[in-house]
Design a protein around this ligand. Structure first.
Ligand code: NDP
Length: 273
């Protein structure tokens, strides 16, 4: 029987996960079925239970349910525990295994695909929401020289810096305190690009060797990447590679095979164009 997988969210129609997983499976010659599941905000647990009862083997979880999935998991990886969020569920032997592959996806895209080592670099992350919580541990594991989180609501950045202090050199700041400072890697993890806005980052944080990375992916440059370009940042990248790499890590958790990602990223770039 064909194994069943799914991505669950609300909304879910925009999700590219079925395309990505189907392409991975084709390349690895695996026979899987991967579908989109919509759940009403109060029906996440019910929809998951029905999927498992129907023989579902694994599920990707997207907004706004990563916290629900974290609470539902009976077994958690260390990175999922640190993130307090789960984007990959596996159902085996009556247990629910929860993992978070967002951070490893981001790190792999930056370090391997973009060939930009994070070790020893000064890293700035803009934003302090769920996406940031998910990526802090894997970034700090790369041993950056220092990691600064800037957020509009300072207290949220401070809470994250406090929570992840044991993982490495991390601090929090408001945007205004970034004036006069430069960074090697600047990651926009705010949701501003979704509304075509710019996070309030002051001029001067980019240098000619800075990688400017926007977690949001889009057809053209996001406002953040346009700003970085106007300041002659060394390299620009959006989050499409992260999306495909986090999916690849989920795929390898479920199937024990690490799929080739570059071709699928290129295909997806064409689909989105
Ligand atoms: P959240 O809603 O949890 O957090 C949003 C963040 O953006 C907060 O820090 C918020 O600041 C900040 N923000 C929103 N509007 C503004 C503004 N006008 N000015 C300054 N800061 C602002 O979202 P997530 O953390 O879950 O997601 C963030 C982004 O990352 C999303 O756009 C999402 O699409 C993307 N993402 C991409 C992934 C990929 O695979 N490529 C994976 C996961 C996420 P405050 O705290 O002050 O409200």
């Amino acid at each position: 029987m064909t194994d069943r997988y799914a991505v669950i969210g609300n909304p879910i129609s925009h999700s590219q996960s079925p395309f990505i997983h189907t392409e991975f499976a084709r390349a690895c010659q695996l026979d899987i079925q991967y579908e989109k599941l919509f759940a009403e905000l109060d029906k996440f647990e019910q929809v998951v239970a029905e999927f498992v009862a129907a023989g579902g083997k694994g599920m990707n979880v997207t907004l706004p349910f990563k916290g629900n999935a974290y609470r539902m998991a009976t077994e958690l990886t260390e990175r999922a525990r640190a993130a307090e969020a789960v984007n990959t569920l596996s159902f085996r032997d009556g247990k629910v295994y929860g993992d978070n592959t967002d951070g490893v996806g981001l790190v792999r895209d930056i370090v391997e695909n973009l060939d930009f080592p994070i070790a020893g670099q000064r890293v700035l992350i803009l934003g302090a929401g769920g996406a940031v919580r998910g990526v802090l541990a894997p970034i700090l594991e790369q041993k950056p020289a220092a990691l600064t989180i800037a957020n509009r609501t300072l207290i949220k950045a401070e809470a994250l810096a406090h929570q992840f202090a044991a993982w490495g050199e991390i601090s929090a700041t408001g945007y205004e305190r970034l004036e006069g400072k430069t960074f090697d890697l600047v990651i926009n993890a705010t949701s501003t690009s979704l509304s075509n806005e710019l996070p309030p980052v002051p001029y001067g944080v980019f240098t000619a060797r800075t990688l400017a990375y926007d977690m949001v992916y889009s057809k053209g440059l996001t406002p953040f990447l346009k700003r970085a370009q106007s300041e002659n940042a060394g390299m620009l990248a959006d989050g499409l590679g992260m999306l495909v790499e986090q999916a690849a890590e989920s795929f390898s958790i479920w199937h024990g095979v690490q799929p080739e990602t570059r071709k699928v990223t290129n295909m997806l770039r064409d689909v989105l164009a």
